[in-house]
Design a binder for this molecule. Structure first.
Ligand code: HEM
Ligand code: CA
Length: 695
């Protein structure tokens, strides 16, 4: 029976909502972006402020989302269920109250269905749902959220026993501590799996944090603030002194048309695999990274260009930070070398196109080069990267590998490619593959080894050897093995993450576990069920996909296996035969990457005008990471598959001269994007008709 809401209650609801609006808009007092967003209403007492290191738009969206979720929470506290609030018109009242905020009105998309090129922000990829996969939208969920209060507060208790969940640092110490002096190394995979993994995740997810007016919060001081979820370090910690605390700031939310509901975390990058980490996830950012048809580089064309303001750790006044499509670019030097690689690759493609087409506009050169660059990257991911560590069973089940011939015919406009919240935690499995060092591998010289810790957020290594370091870092990434995917995490990120001069640091594992709880994610066992694997019981022998040693550690950390946090459960899983990761991880990764493929209208194997002619597609299909590296650096030899270690029989070293680049003459004839006609016209119609065969 539906609970009726009395008129008094309605009035009360209105007051609660107005209060929420007022409260949060006051917080926005200093927010320039939001002031632009509020039509016709001026907020008083504006104070000029510069916003260090945060995306203003993401912040505005998160504040509006807080006001809306806050209203829902306040009403729920009065004893109404979410269904009752929806059915009794309270949701409509909330939505109306926020209608004048432009951020809440996203129904005005005019999509060009014939455009051969993606939008930078991912809008209009799905023509029926133009915001699917767009940046600043809420993350998708695989399973419903399990917030303590049902609306937005972190999950802190067992849903089975109601006991408080174990402390994340205690879990980290018990399950994720590295036992030996060195991590266990893979005998199959090169470090490129680690580095492509991090580079790739910055393409599909970027979860902004809640911030205060200054853009910095001290949650160890202000423990009770709504934006805070600090982690107290248990007594007797082997690394951190007693009584210390990790400053954990909660993730920011997003609004989805300001529809009232529970908190959903925001994604401030595009979900699609569109190299948004290179080109930027908004048209404004893309514009600032461009040099007409080319990508901007630094003054001698070797490294990425300088940003307007340096915000990374610089140790040398002649050096600068990097302007890139993603602010995380200098997280470690080998990541920056990947960004450099793909920016250079764009320019090589642009040059080839310009040579073929003197009459093309700069815009067309840029867009076509970007389209080819993204296509090659997608091909490398799905045919080299994933097959290197996923199981053959999962590759098949989730339709990961590409067709050998013809178009893929797999686009499904009902499949939402928006990144799942759960993937943002699950894909951190790569944290167990982080090496403790960064190495410059120079031919015929001993390797130059640098500790990782002083190189977080510091681009200095890239400048070494006259800026040839990106090449030497990459040489290290393909010639050397990476740490095995397992539950052990190197102390460089488990004890020394972002170590500063005064010895303050973080534990990446703690962030992973606490982040999952912050997002209200359900525990590991629930995702096993979703994947069709055997459910967990209160007995530890129900962990059938874990080895004895890992079960021992899990048992020490958790009272009940059903409470095991998603990150810890996944990285400690036994590897599926023929794969470097376990069954549940294969399932979560496979199902999302199927969406990135089949839910992307611009997937490179789709029909033109979004895709390519068959001749062009067949060229793209020759792409390998080795080919891309050979085309940019002065490398003599490289193994065929750069994600796997060289092996005389199965993965031989090849001369770069023998690895042919794609043949750009196939772009002699291309779809002409003519907007005024509303349909694409062709450079040479007969050629295209032959390609299509069927037409
Ligand atoms: C030296 C290497 C790396 C460092 C220092 C690093 C550090 C970090 C940090 C500090 C965060 C934010 C944690 C939080 O507050 O919740 C993060 C998030 C993440 N990391 Fe890493 N990471 C590294 C490599 C990798 C690799 C190799 C992968 C995957 C193969 C990966 C996947 C992720 C993912 C998916 C997220 C979530 C991103 C988001 O939601 O915005 N990371 N990492
Ligand atoms: Ca993207």
């Amino acid at each position: 029976l539906r609970k009726e809401m009395s008129p008094q209650m309605h009035n009360h609801a209105r007051r609660v909502i107005e209060e929420a609006r007022k409260h949060y808009l006051q917080l926005l007092d200093t927010n320039e972006e939001l002031k632009r967003q509020i039509k016709g209403k001026r907020i008083a007492h504006s104070k000029h402020q510069s916003f260090h290191g945060r995306n203003e738009r993401a912040h505005s969206i998160s504040l509006v989302s807080r006001a809306i979720v806050g209203s829902v929470d306040a009403m729920q506290k009065l004893g109404f269920t979410l269904e009752e609030l929806r059915d009794s018109g309270v949701y409509d009242m909330i939505q109306k109250e926020f209608q004048d905020i432009k951020l809440c009105n996203k129904n005005d998309y005019v999509c060009n269905a014939e455009s051969p090129y993606r939008t930078p922000d991912g809008s209009c990829n799905n023509l029926d749902n133009p915001t699917w996969g767009k940046c600043f939208e809420p993350q998708r969920r695989i399973l419903p959220a399990a917030y303590d209060n049902g609306v937005d507060s972190p999950r802190t208790r067992s849903r089975y026993t109601n006991r408080t969940l174990p402390n994340p640092r205690a879990i980290s110490n018990i399950i994720h501590r590295q036992e030996g002096n060195e991590p266990i190394m893979s005998d199959r995979l090169s470090l490129n799996v680690f580095q492509m993994g991090q580079f790739l995740n910055h393409d599909f997810i970027g979860t902004p944090l809640e911030t205060d007016e200054e853009g910095k919060l001290d949650c160890c001081k202000d423990k009770t603030r709504k934006e805070c979820f600090p982690v107290l370090i248990p007594k007797g910690d082997p690394h951190f002194p007693d009584g210390t605390c990790f400053n954990f700031v909660r993730s920011a939310g997003s609004t989805a048309n300001c529809r009232p509901g529970i908190k959903q975390q925001q994604n401030q990058v595009t979900s699609y695999l569109d190299l948004s980490q290179v080109y930027g996830p908004t048209s404004g950012q893309e514009e600032s990274l461009r040099d007409e048809g080319y990508m901007l580089m630094d003054s001698d064309g070797a490294l990425l260009p300088p940003p307007r303001r340096n915000k990374c750790q610089l140790i040398n006044t002649e050096e600068h930070c990097f302007l890139s499509g993603d602010a995380r670019v200098h997280e470690n030097p080998s990541l920056a070398s990947y960004h450099t690689l793909f920016a250079h690759r764009h320019n090589i493609i642009a040059k080839s196109l310009e040579t073929l087409h003197a009459n093309w506009t700069k815009e067309r050169i840029f867009q076509e080069a970007k389209k080819i660059n993204v296509a090659m990257y997608q091909h490398v991911l799905y045919n080299e990267f994933f097959p290197a560590f996923m199981s053959a069973r999962a590759l098949k089940k989730y339709n990961i590998k590409s067709n050998k011939f013809g178009y893929s015919n797999s686009y499904n406009s009902t499949l939402d490619a928006t990144t799942a919240n759960e993937l943002g935690i699950a894909f951190r499995f790569g944290h167990s593959m982080i090496p403790p060092e960064q190495v410059l591998s120079i031919p015929n010289k001993p390797p130059e080894v640098f500790s990782l810790v002083p190189n977080f957020d510091n681009p200095h290594l890239l400048y070494l050897h006259n800026k040839s370091a990106p090449e030497y870092l990459l040489r290290w990434l393909y010639l050397f093995p990476g740490p095995e995917m397992d539950s052990e995490i190197v102390p460089e990120v488990r004890d020394h993450l972002f170590d500063n001069d005064i010895g303050f640091s973080l534990d990446l594992v703690v962030l992973n576990i606490q982040r999952g709880r912050d997002h209200g994610l359900q525990p590991y066992g629930e995702y096993r069920k979703w994947c069709g694997l055997t459910p967990l019981t209160e007995r530890f022998d129900s962990l059938v996909d874990h080895d004895e040693n890992d079960i021992k550690r899990l048992r020490m950390a958790y009272k009940d296996p059903r409470d095991i946090d998603l990150f810890s459960g996944l990285v400690s899983e036994r590897q599926e035969p023929g794969s470097s990761i376990g069954k549940t991880l294969n399932c979560i990764i496979g199902s999302q990457f199927q969406r990135y493929k089949q839910g992307d209208r611009y997937w490179y194997e789709n029909l033109p005008p979004a895709g390519f002619t068959l001749d062009q597609l067949n060229e793209i299909r020759k792409s390998t990471l080795a080919m891309i590296i050979c085309s940019i650096f002065d490398v003599d030899k490289i193994q065929r598959n750069a994600f796997k270690l060289p092996d005389q029989t199965s993965n031989p070293m090849l001369k770069c001269d023998d690895i042919l680049d794609i043949d750009f003459t196939k772009w002699q004839f291309s779809f002409e994007p003519v907007k005024s006609l509303g349909v694409p016209v062709f450079d040479e119609l007969s050629k295209i008709l032959r390609d299509f065969g069927a037409f």
